[in-house]
Design a protein around this ligand. Sequence first.
Ligand code: ZN
Length: 190
Amino acid sequence: MTDLIDLMARLPGLGPRSARRAVLHLIKKRGQLMGPLAEAMAQVSATARECLNCGNIGTTDICEICQSEKRGNGMICVVEDVADLWAMERSAQFKGRYHVLGGTLSALDAIGPDELRIPKLLDRIASEQISEVILALSATIDGQTTAHYIADQLPGVTVTSLAQGVPVGGELDYLDDGTITAALKARRAL
Ligand SMILES: [Zn+2]
């Protein structure tokens, strides 16, 4: 039980205290929760793998999105992480394919283009006849440095980035100065 708590405490968002509570809860719900959870974890652990093309996580060498003919519409959305890809998919608005970089360029952490999936992205632009690359990267310094680096490598392809600004349901009074500045710069005619 101590081992289990120690392992759970390493999960993002959980500390030792929440790990203890979670383990106690699992033990109390052994039949409904702990057994099925252990089975699901064993199964995912045995079958989950990175898509060789885009870096998404699935159960096959090439993920469903990369396999789908319908998704081959000439658009690639570049994200940092699989969690970002899943967030984009939840919105169900993007009909193209993805490319997961696995992070951002960072001089501080010595992460260069070869540490990310940037060379593979450049291969895909040519082999999948990509006409537009949408950069959906973080609005951080590293995220924007990465976006500019990628844009510089892609002459002849339309490179766009997600708009930054006022969130849906957001009140101006609650936004920070940077967000308001970005929203003002990205304003458009009504
Ligand atoms: Zn894929």
